[in-house]
Structure formats: structure tokens, C-alpha cells
Design a binder for this molecule. Sequence first.
Ligand SMILES: *Cc1c(COP(=O)(O)O)cnc(C)c1O
Length: 221
Amino acid sequence: MVNKDAYIRLRDELLPHGVTLVAVSKTRPAEEIMELYNLGHRDFGENYVQELCAKAAELPPDIRWHYIGHLQTNKVKLIVPFVQLIHGVDSLKLLKEIDKQAARTGRTVDCLLQVFIAQEETKFGLDEKELEELWKTLETAPLPHICVRGLMGMASFTEDPGTVRSEFSRLRAIFQKYPFSGAEPGILSMGMSNDYRVAVEEGSTLVRVGSLLFGAREKKG
Ligand SMILES: *Cc1c(COP(=O)(O)O)cnc(C)c1O
């Protein structure tokens, strides 16, 4: 069930900071997305390709779909024709495939590079050194159908707010080192339901919030 009050509170809280709210609708039915859509919301995040494609086909075309999951190379072509922003790109191989598919559809696709900031082993993303190398490669051999707009990261799953804050703060420092392309300022995608406040305080420009708006998800996702 959509918590409309939570949505309006969150929207009004983020507005003065100019922070974009991506409503993470993974595992939630189309009707719930429409409830937020009817309140004027347009940015939605999904992390399963099949689910994203099914929803995009059925829901209004002015929804801006954010892909926030770990994207497999063989699925790139399914989302490239319509996706607004791909958040979790962490390899040159993936960038090249997005560029190739974007060229075929005549689009330029906005991407964020995912940086590993958490303590857990399981999180995807580039470390600082890998990011630096990838950036250099892109400078020498640009991919014309890709626009790298900024960075995305996830903090550790921990109750310790100090750890989360220092991870977000580190990501912001890394973010500020790079001149991201695009007409608008760069995008720093960090913060979820339980840490978005700290993320905004540490300079996030986009938060990805699911359970706060839609309630807790069942196991998947
Ligand atoms: C599921 C997910 C979110 C949203 O998480 P909540 O805790 O429900 O707000 C944000 N980012 C990514 C990458 C996710 O997979």
C-alpha cells in the first residue's frame, strides 16, 4: 500500500534542497505506481529488467524510469530504448554495450558510475582507483552515445550513523573530483529509506526511496 502522507512529507522535505526523489517501485504493482503518478510523481526506480520492461509498456509514457539494479550486458538492449538514467554502471564492458545499443536506437543514454563505499563484500561498484582508470579510458576513447552524469553509491547496512555518514561524505569528495558531462550539474545518487537524511546532509542530489513510500517488501529485493 502506498503511504501518500509519507510521500508528500518526503517530497516537501527534499524540495528546498533541490534533491530528486526516485520512488523505488520494484516488486510493487502498477496500480501503486499510478497512485504516486496521480500525485504528480514521475521518477520511478526498478532493478529487475523484466519487471521494468513490463511496467514501462503498461504505464504512461511520461514516466522517467531509473534502472538501479546490477545490469547484465545481455539485458542492456531491452531498456536502452526508453530508460531515463542507468544508475549502477561499474565496468567498461557494460558502458560499451550501452553505447552500442544506444547508437542503434539513436539515443544518448545517461549513466551513473557506481562506486563501492560500503564495508560489505557483496556490494557492486568500482573502487576509487578503478574509477580513475575508467575515467581516463573514457577521456582517451569517448563513447559518443553515453553521457556519464555522475556517481551512485550505497552505504553499509549498519545502525551506526557515523559509518554511513563517513561513507557518503567520501563519495561526495570523489564526486567533486570529476567534471561530469551534461548541461545540468552532476548527479550524486545516494540515500535510501533509512539513510536518505544523512545522504542529503552529505550532498546527495538524488535519493532512491522504496519501503518508506510503499511499505516493506517481501523477501525478493
Ligand atoms: C531497493 C533499492 C533501493 C530502495 O531501498 P529502500 O530501503 O526500500 O528505500 C534503493 N537503491 C537500490 C539500489 C535498491 O536496490
